[in-house]
Design a protein around this ligand. Structure first.
Ligand SMILES: *Cc1c(COP(=O)(O)O)cnc(C)c1O
Length: 426
């Protein structure tokens, strides 16, 4: 077969792009060589519909073992008795949980998208908002933190069957205990989607959602630093609360409902190459080096938040407990949108993403906010002392947003700085 130079040249260029820039997108990371290798392996050739030991295809004796290692390591990482590592993505993990717990038309609750929630928590353009009836809770306008009083009122009023904790653009920890109380008051299932802070939670830096939430979903490619994918977990299995029974008349356990919601509910054959790679990544996440890494992620985020605040930027909620922060540009630059900043910074090889801020006066296409995070630059080996220089460069670009000479100068500085760091420094 002729080598596909067209595509491989682009892959080479993408690697150069990643090497040369400062990656501040809070949901991105750089994986290790062994995580990458497992993903690009012959495991992709195998069909394995079903679960380890219960497949619909022959020849699964090896992939059964890699999938079991992934399950066991995730179980150890999160102290979870039930793990399903097959969801192709975070959104699909969530779709499966909703399918297992709700009937079309049922009411559930999630954090408002413009307040930091995720599309798969009830957006009208996502299956969660099309098939079910979402009710959104919000953050408090003054504190920027989840308004648990408002949430409790809405729980009492709407009696949701399921409540989702978790967000994509929220820099504070969660009060899972309080949410569990609210869920119990109406017999709702409490689910946490820890896609973003999963790595910090795994290593005990944030509150443990598995202690209070019936079901926990996550992506594997954000702070967890694995391949692109999703996962569903429970600390303990439990009988489904709706009295669904098996053909033999036994009450179905939640684990069985979740497994069949993933396959055949929303997916076909699992990606065994990605699952092998998840197993490798979970092994890494259990290591001492990873613990050091994830501590550094948090230290870097705190240093970065301070640097932005010192330069007059308004961070929603006043700071961060995790790996990211949401910046409201309006206090320092009332005329400049998140979109303008994202588009300008990318020309200086600094990647961030525009983001709605709570109670935003602009549309999701413009936005007044910027989301930045430290997981990726920390993987490259950057420490706290580099956060001020980075924020200075960002501030320089925003302060001179139409100055192309300035932009060119910052880009050169960025490229020179990042030339000293490998993609994966650990
Ligand atoms: C990133 C994210 C997801 C979706 O993950 P995909 O793998 O992109 O589908 C779901 N929920 C939350 C809270 C996220 O941040």
């Amino acid at each position: 077969m002729k080598k596909d130079t067209k595509v491989f040249n682009l892959i080479r260029k993408e690697k150069q792009r990643q090497m040369g820039g400062i990656e501040l997108i809070a949901s991105e990371n750089f994986v290790s060589d062994q995580v990458l290798k497992a993903m690009g392996s012959v495991m992709t050739n195998k069909y394995a519909e079903g679960y380890p030991g219960k497949r619909y295809y022959g020849g699964c004796q090896i992939v059964d073992q890699t999938e079991q290692i992934a399950i066991d390591r995730a179980g150890e990482l999160f102290q979870a008795k039930f793990v399903n590592v097959q969801p192709h993505s975070g959104a699909q993990a969530n779709m499966a949980v909703l399918m297992a717990c709700l009937q079309p038309g049922d009411t559930f609750m999630g954090l408002d998208l413009s307040h930091g929630g995720h599309l798969s928590h009830g957006s009208p353009v996502n299956s969660s908002g099309i098939l079910y009836k979402p009710v959104a809770y919000e953050v408090n306008r003054e504190t920027g933190r989840v308004d648990y009083d408002d949430m409790e009122k809405k729980v009492a009023q709407y009696k949701p069957k399921l409540i989702i904790a978790g967000a994509s653009a929220y820099s504070r920890d969660w009060d899972y205990a309080r949410m569990r109380k609210a869920a119990d008051s109406v017999g709702a299932i409490l689910m946490a989607d820890i896609s973003h802070p999963a790595g910090l939670i795994a290593r005990g830096i944030l509150n443990d959602p598995l202690e209070y939430c019936h079901i926990v979903t996550t992506t594997t490619h954000k702070t967890l630093r694995g391949p692109r994918g999703g996962m569903i977990m429970m600390r303990e299995d439990f009988p489904n609360p709706w009295g669904l029974t098996t053909p033999k008349g036994e009450i179905k356990m939640m684990s069985a409902l979740l497994n069949s919601a993933v396959f055949p509910g929303v997916q076909g054959g699992p990606l065994e190459h990605v699952i092998a790679s998840k197993a490798v990544a979970f092994g890494e996440a259990l290591s001492d080096e990873y613990f050091e890494y994830i501590l550094q992620v948090k230290k870097n985020a705190a240093a970065m938040a301070k640097a932005f605040t010192d330069r007059g930027y308004n961070i929603i909620s006043g700071g961060t407990d995790n790996h990211l922060m949401l910046i409201d540009l309006r206090s320092k630059f009332p005329e400049i949108t998140g979109k303008m900043v994202e588009n300008t910074l990318v020309q200086a090889d600094i990647t961030v993403n525009k983001n709605m801020v709570p109670f935003d006066s602009r549309s999701p296409f413009q936005t007044s906010g910027l989301r930045v995070g430290t997981p990726a630059i920390t993987t490259r080996g950057l420490k706290e002392d580099m956060m001020e220089p980075i924020v200075d460069m960002i501030d320089d670009v925003i302060s001179h947003i139409d100055d192309t000479k300035k932009l060119e100068a910052v880009k050169e500085k960025v490229n020179a700085m990042m030339a000293e760091y490998p993609l994966f420094a650990w």
